[in-house]
Ligand binder design. Sequence first.
Ligand code: PHB
Length: 418
Amino acid sequence: MTAQPAQHARTQVGIVGAGPAGLMLSHLLSAAGIGSVVIETRTREDIEATIRAGILEQGTVDLMVSTGVGDRLLDKGSRHDGIEIRFGGGSHRVDFRSSVGRSVYLYPQHEVLRDLIAARLADDGDIRFGASEVSLHGVTGTEPVIHFTDADGRPTDLRCDLIAGCDGAQGTTKWSIPDGRRTDHFRAYRHGWFGILAEAPPSSKELIYAHSDRGFALISSRTPTVQRMYFQCDPEEDADSWSDNRIWDELQSRVAGRGFSLNEGRIFQRSVIPMRSYICDPMQHGRLFLAGDAAHTVPPTGAKGLNLAISDAVVLAQALERFFGTGHADLLEGYGRTAAQRVWRAQHFSWWMTSMLHLAPDAGDFDRHRQLAELDQITGSAAGRTLLAESYTGWPIELTNPRSVVAEALSLTHGRWP
Ligand code: PHB
């Protein structure tokens, strides 16, 4: 193959990664009249077809609705006003509406991405799918560069005012923060989740988080005909060594009680998911700003990953609007601190839900009774339910720049969806 001549391009904000953080950031910047180019290694088809989890906090729904990407969400997503927590053979509902007057939506992440991609392309947005060999240069200077090879094999230099690293947990943009300047706060949990997708009707109107003598299980849903379920397992478990019958027996035994049983069906996807907590500290360096899973990972128990990506994008968009509108870098300088405050809260909530509901490999009788007492207190008192509901439905998104397009959109529609 003959070497192709290098191309040169320029934009205000170069965004690495077309996941929730990168696409939402590009969408919000566009509404504020700020240019961006999104560089993504996967293809559009791959992104839109990879079925991912999706519990959207009320603030995430508000944002999507108020910025014009919420139509399909309101139409196809389902509003959940509570969750069920099962333990000790009984079911205990935490009602979000009566506790905090808020709700969440079940709407898978790949649908959010489809909506954002469609909106960006309708607005003449620039997304380079299928890129490879992406690298960052000069992030501590005033004109950093993203070097990449485009889908047609052409090497490209994209000069930017700033770079947003939104390339997910496996991404490499965070490594542009030198070792001596970066603290990696990391925790691996001693259990993983065995996750399946099954062709079956829903077993419950709301999500079920189950504590049992055999460990944790979660019953979630994707569509009226596809269900998503998980049970706690050894992180080294080999998913392919399990027969379908064994999987169903395990799931059924963990949610059993008062005649309840799960609807079963053909299992068409299975995998073991590791559970980790991670925060890259700081979330910025020079003119590089990390957002979403590129900067942090939470265990899935609290359903916070996607929502944190969106709240990072909101905080960063407000700071960028101030920077490009007034030349003031104060909000940009405070971006990492503001974003990390919410991330640590979400880390705590995800860790707490995990520790309350999962059995540690060496858990004894005392630990089990202590967990049951905690679950009893959380579900049995208004204060306990309120704490859980407030965290699960999400804390208010930080409006650091009240004059920004995004802050105005959010304050207009906050909590008004049906
Ligand atoms: C999911 O639907 O995959 C899901 C829902 C809630 C969680 C985690 C995953 O806490």
